[in-house]
Write a protein that binds this ligand. Structure first.
Ligand SMILES: [Zn+2]
Length: 98
């Protein structure tokens, strides 16, 4: 079983977590200023990289808090977890923080 390290609770079984969506999606400051195309892009357009991807997960059967996960989509390996509201850490695989 895969073990994910919740930044608030520590190592826990994968079954306690739920995937949410891509991490670090900034909400528009004033959505009423967006046209339909910009709103659609905010709602639906996401990156889909092969390699390291920053994702928002929730420890739904634990503390209930949201967390960010750096996961390699090619190997399904979780490289790092970190608290929401913090910047994406650089990885050892050469991907820059964003
Ligand atoms: Zn937790």
């Amino acid at each position: 079983m895969l073990v994910i390290c919740c930044p608030y609770c520590g190592p826990r079984p994968e079954l306690e977590f739920s995937y949410g969506h891509e991490a670090h999606i900034a909400r528009p400051a004033d959505p009423s200023l967006l046209n339909d195309q910009e709103w659609a892009e905010f709602l639906y357009i996401r990156t889909n990289p092969r390699g390291v991807h920053a994702e928002r997960w929730r420890h739904i059967h634990g503390c209930g808090r949201f967390l960010n996960v750096l996961r390699d989509t090619a190997s399904d390996q979780i490289l790092q977890t970190y608290e929401t509201g913090t910047t994406r850490p650089a990885t050892q695989r050469g991907e820059a923080a964003r």
